[in-house]
Design a protein around this ligand. Structure first.
Ligand code: GN1
Ligand code: MG
Length: 351
């Protein structure tokens, strides 16, 4: 184990009893490292992705406090302080660690039924509402995170660099994504001009980031707060659609299996709007589908750029996994675009 990265040694910094039990690595996210230790969850922030870990943790602290204030006993994530009373631990090697009370509940990589999709969407809608009135001030820890134009530019730059020598094989995908630059500019421009309001966004709104109650489809908590920062809830809606509407996994080998399931899309829309409880302006509502398309396109660009760079950002477990991810996202973008009229109608029909 690299010095300073031994989770058991790090645990001693936190205000918990000695020897809390087995320390087991938990797989899941593409970014941080996580261990389950007895009734706690220990996490090491990825310093390459989050160079300003202090700002990330200040945001996480502010968000968990806001949720606890508003939600009362149905509280959500709670940070366990260190022995010296700090909300997180900065290790001598510069890495930043945090300890959460483990939330007993269930989580899913994909919605088991439309009801769960609606419920996950409700949880993120409620999250957006909870961050408002007054708007929770947060650091912008990752500037331009959902600036789709910038994501497309980054793809073009990765194609030029061609660090892994893969650009020739995926020229079709590169061209197809870059051709959509007009769509990629729509939401960033509306946000920049103030026609869409800047609120707080979770920025990784997928069902895997919701903990459900053990015995029902009711959401218990929204987790993975690292990317929560000033932004638009439209992006969260987009991520919800992108991650739940298709039966195909994000890294499915065959992008032709990607579909837009209307029986999932409708509850996602209804659940999200119900959770936001009237928060969204009519301009925001009008942009919901555009947001879903932008996010699918943006993720396609990000995954493909990482494939071109030789898989430096997203963890991969098999060769060309980022290419598979990029292809499913591009397929989803295309399907959402072809079925646009019908999906816009489903949004208008939602209460
Ligand atoms: C990353 O590691 P994970 O799964 O929480 C990424 C998100 C993407 C997601 C795609 C900080 O999140 O933006 O939507 O992968 N997080 C970051 O699955 O880049
Ligand atoms: Mg995440």
């Amino acid at each position: 184990m690299t010095p300073g990265r031994d989770p058991r040694a790090v645990l001693r910094a936190f205000a918990i009893p000695d020897a809390p039990g087995e320390c087991r690595r938990v797989r899941g996210g593409h970014i941080n490292e996580t261990w389950r230790v007895g009734p706690w969850l220990l996490q090491r922030l990825n310093p390459d992705v989050f160079p300003d870990a202090t700002s990330v943790m200040e945001n996480v602290l502010a968000v968990t406090r806001r949720i606890a204030e508003r939600a009362g006993p149905r509280a959500g994530l709670r940070l366990v302080p260190t022995e010296d009373g700090r909300p997180w631990h900065a290790a001598p090697d510069g890495s930043v660690w945090r300890l959460y009370a483990f939330l007993p509940g269930r989580s899913f990589e994909a919605p088991p039924s439309p009801a769960y999709a609606g419920s996950a969407a409700f949880a993120f809608g409620e999250f957006a509402r909870c961050m408002t009135d007054p708007l929770l001030p947060l650091h912008t820890t990752m500037p331009g995170f959902h600036d789709s134009r910038r994501r497309l530019d980054a793809l073009a730059a990765a194609a030029d660099r061609d660090l892994a020598g893969r650009a020739g094989e995926v020229q079709g995908e590169i061209d197809a994504i870059l051709a959509e630059h007009e769509l990629a500019a729509v939401i960033p421009e509306l946000l920049a001009s103030g026609q869409l309001p800047l609120r707080v966004a979770h920025n990784d709104a997928k069902i895997a980031n919701v903990i459900f109650e053990t015995d029902s489809s009711a959401p218990l908590a929204v987790i993975d707060l690292d990317t929560t920062m000033p932004g638009s809830p439209l992006h969260d809606f987009g991520d919800l659609v992108r991650s739940m509407v298709s039966p195909a996994a994000e890294d499915a080998a065959d992008a032709d299996t990607v579909q837009v399931r209307h029986d999932y899309f409708a509850p996602i829309v209804r659940g999200f709007l119900a959770g936001t409880d009237g928060l969204l302006t009519s301009s925001e509502r009008d942009m919901l589908l555009t947001a879903a398309r932008s996010i699918a396109l943006e993720q396609a660009a990000r995954f493909l750029a990482d494939h071109l760079d030789g898989d430096r950002y997203y963890a991969v477990t098999f060769p060309a996994q980022n290419l598979a991810r990029a292809r499913t996202q591009l397929a989803l973008y295309r399907r959402l675009s072809t079925e646009r009229d019908r999906l816009e109608a489903l949004i208008r029909e939602a209460p």
